[in-house]
Design a protein around this ligand. Sequence first.
Ligand SMILES: Nc1ncnc2c1ncn2[C@@H]1O[C@H](COP(=O)(O)OP(=O)(O)OP(=O)(O)O)[C@@H](O)[C@H]1O
Ligand SMILES: CC(=O)N[C@H]1[C@@H]2OC[C@@H](O2)[C@@H](O)[C@@H]1O[C@H](C)C(=O)O
Length: 371
Amino acid sequence: MLQGQVIRALGAMSGTSLDGVDAAVVETDGVTIAGFGPSDYRPYSAEEQAVLRAGLGRWPGEPGVDAAAALVQEAHAQVLERFQDVDLVGFHGQTLAHDPAGRGTHQAGSGAWLADRLGLPVVWDFRSSDVRLGGQGAPLAPFFHFACARWIGADAPLAFLNLGGVGNLTWIDPAAPAPEAPGALLAFDTGPANAPINDLMMQRRGQAYDTGGALAATGQVVEGALELFLDEGYFLKIPPKSLDRDDFGLMLDLVRELNDADAAATMTAMAATAVMQGMQFCPSPPAKLLVTGGGRHNPVMIDMLAAGLDCDVAPVEAVGLDGDMLEAQAFAYLAVRVARGLPTSCPGTTGVRAAVGGGEISGTLPGSRRA
Ligand SMILES: Nc1ncnc2c1ncn2[C@@H]1O[C@H](COP(=O)(O)OP(=O)(O)OP(=O)(O)O)[C@@H](O)[C@H]1O
Ligand SMILES: CC(=O)N[C@H]1[C@@H]2OC[C@@H](O2)[C@@H](O)[C@@H]1O[C@H](C)C(=O)O
């Protein structure tokens, strides 16, 4: 690929809440965002979610993984085939297990299979090379957040907060010359966000999530349970740091004796307080906290954050971004960086030893000659 050449990249993300596949187009040269294109979503059915859940915590070769991978690939093909005029695909896959200090990181789904099916070049397996170089392998959206900060014309440090199944925070100095420059970015997973609340809602109410925080709004936060949660060493650990979806299984134990509403309120407070603890690691106070991911639709969680933080808290829509698609867009953007040989993570985002570009490329890149 030529330097400065803007291409149309299509990114796809299947997140830790297991709700479905987000897909979105970004026009970029891998440095600057030239524009945003169409987006689409393909939900997983309840049966499909059960197949994915059966693969959680599992590694390649273990039971349930092949079925989950086949499902992830097929679901992605179905949504990605709806797009036209695409030059390159960025395919994250579905994280089934994440243990950067031990067995590594495992995203189900083969980009080689997808490249064949779509007849397009696919960048995939974004996290493994970062982990091999001593990094956490996550979060990876921060390099895209840096580009977004430039795109919105930010002129002072700001932060992005993703409230997905897990929460992650990116602090950005938009005046830095590049995302990998020392001091440009600090990023890490704040703690569990929606995933454990979803698990509670499914167990107690047979519902996928606490829509609008309606159940939490009727409950009381039980301080004792919240304090026990905050005793976890993770919150004092200096970033970079990352989490697997179910690393905080103890949350459900801590609220086991509580009624449904108090349990939901307390777990919502746990997610929000984890973010507040994380904000203390920002190198300087951000001018604003821009919230993306499904949790921004939960006013109880957002109100707790706004009440506990000194800075403005606003959804990314306030600056013209799409909070339902930011992660899919991130993997479109990162795919172009990989194709151009640019880094996608650095010591400030994942703790990797040096800035590194992660990702395998399957198929022929735009502008390359076929052998
Ligand atoms: N209207 C709503 N009210 C409350 N919560 C909501 C609402 N809409 C979405 N959510 C929450 O957001 C979750 C989906 O968020 P999102 O799509 O950002 O997660 P993800 O991308 O799967 O996770 P991750 O970023 O950890 O990979 C839902 O599972 C639900 O818990
Ligand atoms: C291992 C893994 O898939 N981690 C996800 C997860 O979901 C949110 C948080 O935990 C973040 O670290 C990451 O995803 C986003 C897209 C990231 O890499 O930036």
